[in-house]
Design a protein around this ligand. Structure first.
Ligand code: ADE
Length: 230
């Protein structure tokens, strides 16, 4: 099987500028996900819109690794800011990821994944460093650190503060930690690259629809600049 880079976005806007840029494009549908195989800027890739949330994301990552031969997965998309200085259109590059809604606290600390025994799942440091450099080269403000994922759209100041303070996380979204865990368990490299669309507060329901499309497109530019270093 040909070695490929997998690129996962949860929503249409997160893959909208990548799929039309594919050459030698072929499609395969598995379940409700369409896998777009082809070349992006000369690299062999498989691109898919996983759907929102951790289960969709983990399934798509596993399929890319096992069925399509992906040896590295890049998760592209938008995120809510947890760190107070972050603004829409700033980039957050994950150094590691946590599932903020994984809770077996009678037995283990918040976020600790049973069977793995870790709260934070690391990503590939080389790809992460290259993504941070690529975002800076695009003129974006960049923070590198923990990203928190959960099956919740965060739009509440108290919940936001709890996730930030419990895990030391800079941004929240709904897929990255699941992709990182799938990659960790199946032996693929992983990167989670996100651009801020909202502040995960009481205004997130208004900010998200106004900023998401532009933030997602900006983020896809970072991803394309990272491909040569993977
Ligand atoms: N993705 C973008 N903004 C988000 C938020 N506020 N919560 C969860 N996922 C997000």
């Amino acid at each position: 099987m040909k070695e490929r880079i997998g690129i996962i976005g949860a929503m249409e806007s997160e893959v909208a500028t990548l799929i039309p840029a594919l050459t030698e494009h072929a499609e395969q549908k598995i379940g409700i996900v369409v896998y777009h195989v082809g070349k992006l800027d000369g690299r062999d890739v498989v691109v898919a819109r996983s759907g929102v949330g951790k289960v969709n994301a983990a399934l798509t990552a596993a399929e890319m690794i096992r069925t399509f031969g992906a040896t590295a997965i890049v998760n592209t998309g938008v995120a809510g800011a947890l760190e107070e200085t972050l603004n829409p259109e700033d980039a957050v590059i994950a150094t590691d990821l946590v599932q903020h809604d994984y809770d077996t606290t009678p037995f283990d600390p918040p976020g600790c994944v049973s069977g793995i025994g870790q709260v934070k799942i690391p990503v590939d440091p080389v790809i992460a460093a290259s993504a941070a450099a690529a975002a800076r080269a695009l003129g974006m403000r960049v923070l590198e650190g923990t990203v928190a994922s959960g099956d919740q759209f965060i739009s509440d100041g108290k919940k936001k503060a709890w996730i930030r303070d419990t895990f030391g996380a800079f941004a929240c979204e709904m897929e990255g930690a699941a992709i990182a865990q799938a990659c960790y368990l199946l032996g693929a490299r992983c990167a989670v690259i996100r651009t801020i669309s909202d502040r995960a507060d009481g205004k997130a329901d208004v900010d998200f629809p106004s900023f998401a499309a532009r933030a997602a497109a900006l983020n896809a530019q970072i991803v394309r600049r990272v491909l040569p270093s993977i």
